[in-house]
Design a protein around this ligand. Structure first.
Ligand SMILES: NC(=O)c1ccc[n+]([C@@H]2O[C@H](COP(=O)([O-])OP(=O)(O)OC[C@H]3O[C@@H](n4cnc5c(N)ncnc54)[C@H](O)[C@@H]3O)[C@@H](O)[C@H]2O)c1
Length: 300
């Protein structure tokens, strides 16, 4: 029975990161409303999760699909209402729907393509937060809202201009609203994925895999489940005192920054050297050739 189960709405839940999040939450016992524009993928997900080994299991939650356009206010309001009607409550809202949106030189971008991008990436998160927060504050139980940001929202050079600007907005919108809603025990956090193997990357994933070593410290491309598990943490009780936070799920890309040392040869370790630089102290620096593990590649 669905009585005491926690309930989530996941926008963009029919594919990629959203789908992995739905699968994870249902497996963790949540009842989930998938709110996505893509009817065929939504139906397929419901079929997959309600088939053999699906929601029949005692510990698994149920899944429902409602065709939703996150850029449309009435549509988002209806998705939140669906969770309350079907499952009786809403404890978590995952504002995850997204598209790459407008691309090309800034001098040639069409205003309507810019507006389209913002209507989904930015407005969609606003609307999802607005209606989830209404329901969560009205219930008196609070809740958790998780917004999907992006590496592109943190630095330049990681996505098209409109997408990057809208995602930067998502990350700071998250902080602002977290401050506002804390008194109601509604937590608001964001996850910022790096390179994750989903359809949004299109044919780009092969190229990314080839060039990955230049930008990402972790050896493999990220999987949707890597992001889903962080979202599961943020909607669940283990993150009860975490709000206004942004968690990068990017295999260390942000941590590495421009990787100047590696790419233009400034890093002594990459040149097979080890030692200590004593700068302008008047004391001698020491340097010797590396002999430890990985030396063969490093000193080549
Ligand atoms: N995959 C990556 O490398 C990556 C990196 C950073 C951020 N992201 C973000 O992660 C989120 C999920 O993307 P993904 O990689 O899983 O892509 P995806 O294309 O697999 O899934 C996106 C989903 O959003 C849905 N959607 C698009 N517009 C919608 C609308 N107007 N209303 C409702 N649903 C809509 C699509 O139908 C699709 O099911 C997006 O916000 C994306 O920007 C992805």
């Amino acid at each position: 029975m669905s009585g005491g189960r926690r309930v989530a709405v996941v926008t963009g839940g029919a594919s990629g990161i959203g789908r992995a999040t739905v699968e994870r939450l249902v497996g963790d016992g949540w009842n989930v409303v998938v709110a996505d524009l893509n009817q065929a993928n939504g139906d397929a997900l419901v079929r997959d999760l309600t088939g053999t080994g699906g929601t029949e299991g005692a510990d698994r939650g149920q899944v429902d699909f409602v065709r939703t356009d996150v850029s449309d206010e009435g549509s988002v309001e209806a998705a939140v209402a669906r969770a309350q009607e079907r499952f009786g409550r809403i404890d978590a809202m995952v504002n995850n729907a997204g598209v790459g949106g407008a691309f090309g030189p800034i001098t040639e971008l069409e205003l309507e393509d810019w507006e389209y991008t913002f209507s989904i990436v930015s407005r969609g998160v606003f609307l999802g937060t607005k209606y989830a927060a209404r329901a969560m504050t009205a219930s008196g139980r609070g809740g958790s809202i998780v917004n999907t940001g992006s590496l592109a929202g943190i630095s330049g050079g990681a996505g098209p201009q409109a997408y990057s600007a809208a995602k930067a907005g998502v990350i700071n919108f998250t902080r602002s609203v977290a401050v506002e809603l804390a008194a109601h025990r509604v937590r608001v956090n964001s996850v910022s994925p790096g390179f994750i193997r989903t359809p949004i990357l299109g044919t780009g994933v092969k190229k990314i895999e080839r060039l990955l070593g230049d930008v990402q410290p972790w050896p493999e491309v990220g999987e949707p489940t890597h992001v889903a598990s962080v979202i599961a943490f943020l909607v669940g009780p283990d993150s009860a005192f975490v709000t206004g936070e942004s968690i990068n799920v990017d295999g260390g890309v942000t941590a590495a920054g421009p990787r100047v040392g590696d790419t233009i040869g400034g890093d002594p370790a990459a040149r097979g050297l080890v030692g200590v630089a004593r700068g302008s102290t008047g004391h001698e620096s020491t340097v010797r050739r590396r002999t430890g593990p990985g030396t063969a590649q490093a000193s080549g």
